[in-house]
Design a protein around this ligand. Structure first.
Ligand code: GLU
Length: 315
């Protein structure tokens, strides 16, 4: 009895030490889960030979693998509601495409949303998809229309002032979709040409900077740009290469993606600021998905058929 008392006292000390250590070196990613972190460190220490050295190693391992909270704060609001509400694109093959026949939203972003629902609510179908376009992604978060935005959204400094982003979940880069045989081969050939992009996107901003004499047509989404290209109203569609690869699948013999990646577009999952539990849950689950093969399976299912290549998760 006395021995057991002593070992639980040791466990408490180890846990306190672990909590202090973690909060001293924590960034905003893991400070949100001190209770879960402490519990994980204590469990690991109890399972091993509870020496100080083993406890130290267990603490480091727990911090590195990042225990993921599944309750507390805004996570409880989602759990009480019983579904996760996610803003995704509805018109971008490979990332977010609503199938009118089934009403199902397919794609890399949509499958990420399902993984988060599974991890939090135990059921991948407990997601309500709301159509987001490039320009309304930040307002949707700020107005609480959605819990998360998973919609080919580039992380940048300006957007980071308004919302929080997870780590990068995909690395894209801006490119051009043109008719096969077009004289346009790169962003340097766009002078005086009609180029289409989406309002409120980084693509719009980048074209204005890199091809200031191009005549820019802006729509809410890229599917409308694709139709304009098909009809000969514009000479090129410009946005992230992966979005263009998806659009090209509609008529692979007619169009080609040219010009390489002339920008870097690291995608992040967006959420409203001030929700530390939600942040830790989403970013922690993302890290686990990159490490355990789920990222790769979702890539192979949705993007590989369009890109033609395999890929590794971003670091
Ligand atoms: N990734 C870019 C952005 O976040 C372009 C793609 C899009 O508009 O969804 O603006």
């Amino acid at each position: 009895m006395e021995k057991r008392f002593r070992s639980s006292a040791l466990l408490v000390i180890v846990s306190l030490f672990a909590a202090l250590f973690l909060s001293a070196c924590g960034d905003n990613t893991n400070t949100a889960a001190p209770a879960a972190t402490t519990a994980a460190a204590a469990t690991t220490a109890a399972a091993g030979a509870a020496t100080t050295a083993a406890a130290g190693a267990a603490t480091t391992a727990a911090a590195a693998s990042g225990p993921v909270p599944t309750s507390g704060g805004y996570l409880d609001t989602i759990k009480q509601r019983g579904k996760l509400i996610v803003g995704v694109k509805f018109d971008q093959p490979t990332f977010g495409l609503k199938n009118p026949a089934t009403n199902q939203v397919d794609g890399f972003d949509a499958d990420f949303a399902r993984e988060f629902a599974k991890a939090l609510l135990g059921d991948a179908t407990k997601v309500e998809f709301v159509e987001a376009v490039s320009a309304n992604r930040i307002p949707f978060l700020q107005e609480d229309k959605v819990d998360l935005i998973i919609a080919t959204m580039t992380i940048n400094e300006d957007r980071k002032k308004q919302i929080d982003f997870t780590d990068t979940y995909y690395n894209a880069g801006q490119s051009l979709l043109v008719a096969k045989g077009s004289p346009i081969k790169s962003v340097n050939d766009l002078g005086g040409k009609n180029v289409c992009s989406a309002q409120g996107s980084t693509s719009e901003k980048n074209i204005k900077e890199k091809a200031p004499t191009a005549k820019l047509t802006l729509f809410a989404g890229y599917a409308e740009c694709y139709t304009a290209l098909e009809n000969g109203q514009v000479d090129a569609v410009s946005t992230d290469d992966v979005i263009l690869f998806g659009l090209k699948l509609r008529a692979p013999d007619k169009f080609e993606v040219v010009g390489g990646q002339f920008t870097q577009e690291p995608y992040g999952i967006g959420m409203k600021k001030g929700r530390p539990e939600l942040y830790s849950f989403v970013n922690g689950t993302l890290q686990a998905m990159k490490a355990d093969g789920r990222w790769k399976a979702i890539y192979d299912k949705n993007i590989k058929p369009a890109s033609g290549t395999s890929a590794e998760p971003p670091k």
